[in-house]
Design a protein around this ligand. Structure first.
Ligand code: CA
Length: 511
């Protein structure tokens, strides 16, 4: 924090001229939860309260939803890095090519497959635009960089997970943030417990998972989620001193594994009869929710709640293929499957936006949107209308939906692209490309070149594959999907046997 204080002293003198001009710009908090499922909350995102909504307790998400707009069809990618790169660049994953999760330089995390060889995806992750010398990266103009250029004080708090280890992109300070609290290359963590120094040493795991920069909490009885919240509030104090609007990217490590109890809430869930793993998970969810509440309280105490936009989102579906209590692949019901899956359980997220005076309280939007849409939306909220990016931005602003001035989801198709192998087994998990077009969703499987076709409105659980009964719809959507993938330069797996690259979806309609 010493560096931060020096920075603030300099920044106050540099920014004082800007602060008057920016006085009407809203502050922005992007509250991103890691691996949180659509149903991991007491806020109902389905048309009825589900048993999972009864299981989890998130009073501050309820409070946020009562003050803002709830989105029932908000999508992300099925794993971390693709979503986070899309957020930072506005690009679809098929275009930025960070299609699986990143960690070590020049090392793929793709699990081996008997039949498929996976493409040379951008496994070194996101890099600043001045970095040209690293292979397999996407260098792009980032969202916080544009916000900072336009007078925002930009704070990164929590999980970064952009550039691979020892690349410039591993450090959020190289990607447009003025402050970095606890972010580095890793997408997981050593421990949630201060008594374990947030390190993986206690479970004899790789120290790459150790969270940097939180030494002051080492040995203390504090949960990581709470420590990050305290640090975020401290950074906000600094921001208020400077007087510029702030962008707080509050990206919790929670609720990623390892499952560990958040002690303030854990016993409550044990007493309710949850098994140990699920009691830990539910306590991690409520700990995350408390962080949201603490930040909302802070804004109210400082008198800036009215002029601070809060966007709540998760980066992929809830983990369900392994590592949880109960029955695998049921943790996101009524959605099928979970993290890593092309099915709704892997990609549909809990999303809420609060903006006093602009977004009508206690409202709901059922139009769909996707993670890269946050990029242009946040810039529009910030009043940044003219900007240049190195990359082609695919995202479309959902501001009209927020302001109830129309939808952007009519006549718009959404695309997902995962030419990789995550590893764990489960429904919808594999090398796939997907299109959502209105109520219809088509998934193309590279391994055996078959299609899944679902009507999401009628079959949210994706139980009835209509591909054989609706060949014309398959043809139509496969054509759109193939066209899109070619346009953005998507990569494809190849077959180990023949060495041939897998066909585009519209090239194997007879399969
Ligand atoms: Ca994640």
């Amino acid at each position: 924090m010493k560096k931060l204080k020096v920075w603030i002293a300099t920044a106050i003198s540099c920014f004082s001229g800007l602060s008057q001009a920016n006085i009407q710009r809203p502050n922005i908090i992007f509250f991103l939860v890691d691996d949180m499922g659509w149903q991991d909350t007491s806020v109902p995102f389905y048309h009825e309260k589900t048993p999972l909504n009864q299981k989890f307790h998130t009073p501050n998400m309820e409070r946020l939803a009562a003050q803002g707009m709830k989105f029932t069809q908000a999508y992300a990618c099925s794993v971390c890095s693709p979503s986070r790169t899309s957020l930072m660049t506005g690009m679809n994953a098929a275009r930025h090519r960070v299609t699986n999760w990143t960690l070590r330089k020049n090392q793929t995390v793709d699990a081996k497959d008997d039949d498929l060889k996976f493409p040379d995806w951008n496994l070194n992750g996101l890099q600043p635009i001045n970095v040209e010398s690293i292979n397999q990266t996407i260098a792009a103009t980032t969202l916080p960089e544009l916000l900072r250029t336009n007078g925002y004080f930009t704070i990164h708090c929590g999980k970064a997970h952009w550039g691979a280890e020892s690349t410039p992109g591993a450090n959020p300070l190289n990607l447009g943030f003025d402050v970095n609290i606890g972010g580095h290359c890793a997408g997981g963590l050593g421990s949630y417990q201060g008594i374990h120094n947030f390190s993986a040493a206690w479970r004899n795991n790789d120290r790459i998972w150790d969270i940097p920069g939180l030494e002051k909490y080492f040995g203390k009885d504090i949960n990581l989620t709470d420590a990050l919240t305290l640090e975020a509030k401290s950074a906000l104090d600094s921001s208020l001193q400077i007087g510029n609007p702030f962008y707080l990217y509050m990206a919790h490590y929670a609720v990623h594994i390892p499952l560990e109890p958040h002690h303030q809430f854990y016993q409550k869930y044990k007493d309710r009869g949850l098994d140990d793993a699920e009691a830990m998970y539910a306590s991690m969810i409520e700990g995350m929710d408390k962080s949201l509440g603490d930040l909302m309280d802070y804004l109210e105490e400082k008198g800036i709640a009215q002029n601070t936009v809060i966007l709540f989102m998760s980066d992929n579906g809830g983990l369900s293929a392994h590592g949880r209590g109960g029955v695998s692949n049921t943790h996101n019901l009524p959605l099928n499957s979970g993290k890593g899956s092309a099915y709704e359980g892997g990609i549909r997220e809990p999303m809420i936006v609060k903006w006093s005076g602009k977004v009508k309280p206690d409202t709901q939007c059922d139009d769909y949107l996707i993670i890269e849409d946050f990029f242009p939306t946040i810039l529009e909220i910030a009043g940044v209308r003219k900007y240049k990016t190195r990359q082609k931005v695919d995202g479309i602003s959902f501001l009209p939906m927020l302001l109830q001035k129309g939808t952007r989801s009519q006549d718009r198709d959404l695309f997902w692209h995962f030419p990789n192998n995550w590893g764990p087994q489960g429904p919808g998990i594999g090398a796939t490309s997907t299109i959502r077009s209105g109520d219809w969703k088509l998934i193309y499987w590279y391994k055996d070149r078959h299609f899944d076709l679902f009507n999401i409105r009628n079959d949210i659980g994706e139980q009835n594959n209509l591909a054989t009964t609706h060949p014309e719809k398959v043809k139509q959507l496969a054509s759109k999907l193939g066209k899109y993938l070619r346009k953005v330069g998507a990569q494809r797996p190849s077959y180990k046997g023949s060495g041939e690259i897998a066909p585009w979806p519209d090239q194997c309609m007879d399969k």
